[in-house]
Design a binder for this molecule. Sequence first.
Ligand SMILES: [Ca+2]
Ligand SMILES: [Ca+2]
Length: 204
Amino acid sequence: MKIKTIKIIFIITVFITITFRANYLFINAFSPSFDVVSTATNIVDGDTFDIASGDTIRLADVDTPEYYESGYNEASNFLSELIYNKRVYLDVDDIHTYDTLGKRIVCCVYVDYNSTHYLNVNDILLKLNYARIWDHDNEFNPYTWSLFLPKLDSSTRLKWLGVSLVIGIIMTYLIYRIVLDAVKLITAVLYNLRVYARRKGVNL
Ligand SMILES: [Ca+2]
Ligand SMILES: [Ca+2]
């Protein structure tokens, strides 16, 4: 492979890696922050589930039918389809954390909807009539919930992509210079070593 081709492949690889990484970090850093990010590992019923840590989560301010009531299976199945084995973003109740039993963590729960929005799980259960409002004393108000929570608006995303591209270009240039200087230095050292060895009558 020609030296020029190697250089081009190296530059493109470094540029893409740094730009994507920087953009990923910016998007995460400036998206809404949650108290806990975990995976739903077990669905208890329509408004309760377990996460990877073993903690049990109770969806705040909503109530789905009990096992002896109609709509129980539908609500449980819907929650399962929505979150089971998926990443869940938890906004934990800042006022009490736990429910009145002191066992379940009270949360407003979000899942990824698409690349720009999270879906409010508590609210979708209400909107589709799988649950009814059961408004407790906590930080949440189910009457003001929005179904979707923006990760970042498109103009902000574009701004951070621009910043990432600039960082990508600068860092690629610096890394390229450093690697080039290092290669030159190593080549010079090897050359001098060879000259020195030749003088001493040794062939390297
Ligand atoms: Ca909170
Ligand atoms: Ca409430």
